[in-house]
Design a protein around this ligand. Sequence first.
Ligand SMILES: NC(=O)c1ccc[n+]([C@@H]2O[C@H](COP(=O)([O-])OP(=O)(O)OC[C@H]3O[C@@H](n4cnc5c(N)ncnc54)[C@H](OP(=O)(O)O)[C@@H]3O)[C@@H](O)[C@H]2O)c1
Length: 346
Amino acid sequence: MPDRANRRWLLAKRPRGDITEANFEWNETTVPSLEDGQYLARNLWFAYGPTQRLLMGSADPADANEGSTKIGETMPAFAISEIVESRHPVFKVGDVVHGGAGWEDYSVADGTGFAPTYRVPEGVPPDWAIGVFGLTGLAAYFGVSEIAKPKPGEIFVISGAAGGVGSLAVQLAKIRGARVIGIAGSVAKCDWLVRAAGVEGAINYHTEDVAKRLTELCPDGLDIFFDNDGGPTLDLAIQRLRQGGRIVLCGATSLYPATELPPGPSHYLQLVMVNGRMEGLLARDYIPRLSEAVDAMLPLLRSGRLKPADDVLVGLRNAPQGLIRLYAGQNIGRQLLRMDDNTPAA
Ligand SMILES: NC(=O)c1ccc[n+]([C@@H]2O[C@H](COP(=O)([O-])OP(=O)(O)OC[C@H]3O[C@@H](n4cnc5c(N)ncnc54)[C@H](OP(=O)(O)O)[C@@H]3O)[C@@H](O)[C@H]2O)c1
């Protein structure tokens, strides 16, 4: 068989400040032969997450993050891929898998690495597999159903509300009858939250005083805070937590590019006063329970009650743009990339 061509993006420079196209380099090569225990996957869809920035490391001398990706290596990606060759004992030709790959046409993998590998469940199209049933969706689903557990009428406040995790968590909380207040970074995102997701209140943290707005929108406090951004909003939420309140620690996007960590929340004693709980969540630990998320969310997706807000780029050439858009706050919903127009979607 002739060598398969492989187009790819390499990590060229670690970021210092904003991620730009200069951090990456386009490269064309051929795929290597497989060794025992490996498979070759044709990449169909990529998802983007702020943790990719951590994998890139930092060029700032004040930042100790050296990154796990070496300069000149293919940029790592969360992907849905179809296995086209296999010398792996578990993953076979024809399997469609969620897993760690790279920004490239084909990835050689062994089923381990930064993104867990699992077969896409039957009946789930690839864009739902990478979004709603990928790590983003698992974080939103189990964060809401296992930790937040909103009851009808409870006040559910969430940061990063119009991003991948946020856009799903907001809808799941609404479906459970919560009153939702979303915090996001642009007028377009706040519009989406109010008009499309139907939240009770939206706060643009770039232009509004979050403390003042929270006091206006929930004068009697809040029951749940779902934190995607980290940073000062967490402390504002703890201060306003009501009896039996819950805080879900999902992510800290604002801290990933930071060279110095800010002081932790100073109002934590409020957790004592209200018998409150603050709990972290790691989506990959819930993969053994993926079928529960599928059983709960597939009917919601099919009936249209849950509408994934996917922000889709097309074509490998555009791969860096997804990460640039994410850190410029331009994505509404999950930032995805479909490899080409012929790749199937829901
Ligand atoms: N615990 C888990 O297992 C798990 C799983 C998946 C994701 N996560 C975490 O959940 C969070 C959301 O992930 P996601 O994939 O859904 O990403 P996302 O929210 O779709 O995208 C990131 C968003 O963060 C905001 N942002 C960008 N740069 C920022 C900065 N410097 N400071 C503060 N905010 C910034 C932007 O929204 P605004 O315009 O609104 O600021 C941007 O749209 C991340 O922290 C991620 O690491 C955790």
